[in-house]
Design a binder for this molecule. Structure first.
Ligand code: C5P
Length: 241
């Protein structure tokens, strides 16, 4: 996946209650979508079997497990997750100990580890409530630097922070951005949103899109629209960084 196409840079979040609904959507999306994210909702309804099936069908899979525990537990969880053959796995990027343990658990497998920096539904006020005086962007950049230092492959962050992260960590480190919305559409519960074009043109490598595609009247057309926005924002070579 070095220099992925515009299509490969769109990750559709399969946030739905059942595998059957997810499978219906996958059939509807067809070749328009090559990369799927299986998260916590589907995990408890057969999501891991779906992840394996998607890999057998030649799709890329992002397992969004947002792991956070003591190092020993994270290390063993990542070691088992790496046996699934998926492409991306998330771990909360709060501290070096957890992330170094995850890197050790991954061993020699090709699994890419992504650190969740600050969830995109959190604002500066939410951080203040926790006694954190840093702004979301400051905390995101700090955690991105720790993630790079620990041997992670990239981070999850809002497109609003992509440029600052890229400046801090340099090239060759993945920035994956959820909280993506087209201009004028509903923000749902997201706080730090950006358009696909802004995310890609300011340094994001991949965008994660859920409800704007899964709940669209025509999900395939919606996915095509997102791919077109990505393609328009890519440099002519198609390569980023
Ligand atoms: O429906 P929507 O496009 O808002 O979905 C965004 C997806 O990205 C969800 O699956 C959510 O769990 C995930 N995510 C996020 N913010 C993060 C990390 C992951 O919204 N920081």
């Amino acid at each position: 996946m070095s220099s992925p196409s515009a299509t490969d840079r769109l990750i559709v979040a399969l946030d739905m209650p059942t595998v059957e609904e997810a499978q219906r959507l996958i059939v509807t999306l067809g070749d328009t979508v090559t990369f799927y994210k299986v998260g916590l909702e589907l995990l408890f309804a057969g999501g891991l079997d779906l992840a394996r099936a998607l890999k057998r069908d030649g799709k890329h899979v992002f397992l969004d497990m947002k792991l956070l525990d003591i190092g020993n537990t994270v290390e063993r969880a990542v070691a088992n997750a790496s046996e699934l053959g998926v492409d991306f796995l998330t771990v909360h990027g709060h501290d070096l100990k957890t992330m170094r343990a995850a890197v050790s658990g991954r061993g020699a497998s090709k699994l890419k580890l992504l650190a969740v920096t600050v969830l995109t539904n959190l604002s500066a006020d939410d951080l203040k409530q926790q006694g954190v005086s840093a702004s979301p962007a400051e905390l995101v950049v700090r955690r991105a630097v720790l993630a790079r230092e620990s041997g992670f492959d990239g981070v999850i962050a809002s497109g609003q922070e992509a440029a600052r992260i890229r400046e801090a960590v340099g090239p060759g480190f993945l920035i994956v951005t959820p909280g993506i919305r087209l201009t004028g559409s509903s923000t749902d519960d997201q706080e730090r949103i950006t358009t696909p074009g802004t995310a890609i043109s300011t340094g994001a490598d991949y965008i994660v899109v859920g409800r704007p595609i899964t709940q669209a009247d025509d999900p395939r057309l919606a996915a095509e629209t997102f791919v077109n926005h990505i393609a328009d924002a890519l440099p002519p070579s198609g390569a980023l960084n």
